[in-house]
Design a protein around this ligand. Sequence first.
Ligand code: BG6
Length: 507
Amino acid sequence: MGFPKDFLWGGATAANQCEGAWREHGKLDSTADHLTLGSRQIPREFTAQIREDRVYPSHQAIDFYHHYKEDIALFAEMGFKIFRMSLNWTRIFPHGDDAVPNGRGLDFYRDVFQELKKYGIEPLVTLSHYELPYHLAEKYDGWASRKCIEFYLKYCETVFREYRGLVRYWLTFNEINSAILEGNAYFSAGILSAGKKGMSAGVLRQEEESGEGKADRRGEAPVTDGNCKQEKDEEKNRQYNALHHMLLASARAVRLAHETDPNYQVGCMIAGICQYPRTCDPKDMVLAQKTRQNIFWYCSDVQVRGAYPSYIKRLFEEEGIRISMEAEDEEILKTGCVDFYTFSYYSTGCVSADESVAKTSGNMIFGAANPYLETSRWGWQIDPMGLRYFLNEIYDRYGLPVMVVENGLGQDDRLEEDLTIHDSYRIAYMREHIRQMEEAIHDGVNLIGYTPWGCIDLVAASTGEMKKRYGMIYVDVDDHGNGTLKRYRKDSFYWYQKVIASNGEDL
Ligand code: BG6
């Protein structure tokens, strides 16, 4: 038993959280470039103009753009078989709707892929990871506009053609289901009208009130003065339609990839918003089932099975959501089913019909706390066994090969005077999750790969911090961008190297 011999061990990153090189070699702003530094107490703020007095973490990040050779050499030293990364759309089409691509951007990613190939590392490429050309957000209100589909497909067509023979695995959208979470419209779907409303006065007020213990707020409803019901309903409707456009774009990208190269494998990527019922009270059970359907299964049901699931009609009716379906949409979804399933998994939460139970946070989860679980410093509940549970649920449902493409522990690591980092907590976290993945394989799940998140320290998406580190490689840079950017191997580096070398036996 154990891990299959060709199991894809590796790590994961995203362009806006690691590349830096903002506006270099023709790249223009993406939506991520307009988000300021936040913290667990202070939400990140969207600003329409780049302000001198604010920190924008994506502008420098860990400067992977200029360090990629060194970083890939370190991944190779750990023994990576696969490296998940994303393309920054604005490096290739700076405005998003340009007539021709930017050659410098195409060259950069070709160089990265060639460097990976040198070490026999397979790239796993996310086409869109929480960023959209800012121009598309400004001019078209991001994915709220159907026009974005054509721009996205032009970008896909370009990269599918350019990187034949260098890439095999593609993911269409990172955590596509997060596009419908309240407060996520700008972050996930580039809906600028929401960014402007949800992240202005409300955020500033939060700053003044900030106090310890508040969870990061991505995925929460934005606090605004004029957030009346009608506005909220319109916002929700816009978000669901934006998601519809993303699902159509994803389906067409799958077809395009297969037409371009029959070797291409295209996957969906779902935010692991994994929730249990808080008790066996039937009210909690049904609530948990509904929550899972509406938030966790909904998008992958469309992407894997090629049609909107039956249960979603009720949600649409109850929430007054009207999807603008065009004549060919059903056919597009039907003919663009993905080849494999991927998801992120950090934590689980609970749902409860009883509003008075204690609350918790997690990766986009704000629900009832689970009394059996401990939480990380950022308040995310740690649940290795839940990974086995959800892997079984996913594989039973779809029967497609599965990859866990994000998982890890965000912690404030300390660089010791002797330049070591003793992150035994991260090793413990990963060890338990890997054990449970092995159990899932024994259960019969066709798990083909594991790319823990932020294998090299990078900017946190929810807070914009550097100090919330996930890496097995430490990068000397702080929240404000100060530091040497030097890379250091953590204890987990050597541990993971051993895990990969033994194909998961030596934990
Ligand atoms: C996932 C995202 O939701 O969670 C990543 O795909 C993100 O982009 C990761 O970085 C961890 O969240 P955070 O906020 O700790 O960076």
